[in-house]
Design a protein around this ligand. Sequence first.
Ligand code: FRU
Length: 457
Amino acid sequence: MSTKGVRDFRPKIHFTPLNNWSNDPNGMVYMDGFWHLYYQYHPERPVWGPMHWGHAVSRDLLYWEHHPIAMHPDEMGYIFSGSMAYDKENTSGFGKDGAIPVVAMYTSHRPEDRHECQSIAYSLDGGFHFEKYYGNPVIDNPGLSDFRDPKVFWNGKRNCWSMILAAENCAFIYASIDLKKWEKTGEFGRKENLVESTWECTDLFPLQTEEGEKWVMLVSMMARPGKGCANIQYFIGEFDGNTFHAKEQGKEPLWLDFGFDNYAGVTFHNYDKPIYLGWGVSPEYANQVPTGEFAGLMTVARELSLIKTEWGYRLAAKPFGLDRFRAAAYPVADGGSLISECFGLKVHGQSGKIIFTNGKKQKLVIEIEEESIRIDRSLAGASDFSEKYCDKLHSVGETKRLLRGDVDMELLFDVSYLEVFADKGLETASMTVYPDVPFEKISIQGNLTAQIYQIQQ
Ligand code: FRU
């Protein structure tokens, strides 16, 4: 049964737009104790359309204050995805009377012929109002059909700005001293790309390990080999100041998520650790989700790190900023009641199943085995709003475990979104689910124990 319009599927601690359509997180920047999130926004309907940058601000990444639209489409086209540079030293020269410029770099996408080039805009009031640069575009299209999603970062190796963007099926890297004039310094992916897919939303950032600094590159891909699902691939390697070299890679591509609903994710600028947000709905059916007045959400904020496994380093993700709720966790037994629609669950043990059920006999099943984890959403709620939503590829998310021994899992459930972090966050799954009525009971099978904590405003 479809639940379209039947009940409110709006998550409580995950970012959603007040109304209408949202997709990728954009321009994420941490400034003076505030997290600024801009996002791909169509303010007229809950489906994709002319892209604006919506804007929201948070102190804790859980509760967001909505602000007026930061950027509207213009004569150069829609405002596609991009990022922010907090220009403390006023390298851009946009600063005036001591105000620090915050510079947005984004793709101008011309809808008539899909021409894409890179533009900038600056704000002198801390990211609320933006003035577009008269010299746009700052990087013109070199003759490519897809050329978008610039992610700017400070390049300590060359003491300049660098930027990575998605160019057809690889990434280009550029450098600049003033955010206006850019030179191309490298390319990555033509050789390494094992997947025939357009690249989108690339990101590049360093992480510390016992073996020193390593760089991680993220790239969103609509097609995942053998599975066909949209997902984020990552590479681990070195950034020499000009280009990226993958080092840790075996033959198999590495994927960020074994669920279906985590796409176009990147990290915040100007924070000392990489904090990640992704778009929490698969682009494959995001236009059809049964959420009524709004469409789209962001994942919970996640801190990324690299952990050494027997297969080499792998990316791990952990929910960020939930400690105060976690501290009040209490044991929950098989058959226990779920008293709210927004909670965390910590699960320990060897193997077994966690099942959430409701009075409509719907169920969401998380199965843990010694070597694998499976999540089955096929009977968890509405699915007929899209042919793809619960087809063969999009019903059961499964992964091999990267650590041996008892599982240590944390699971977040928020009305219509499930996130699972297992084995120190090395295995992560994100999934939308649309149960007709809230899940009421938890069943805990096998030799698993669980603790629950409530997450409230
Ligand atoms: C990824 C994406 C980006 C693009 C934006 C348009 O979901 O396709 O590549 O900039 O969305 O909304």
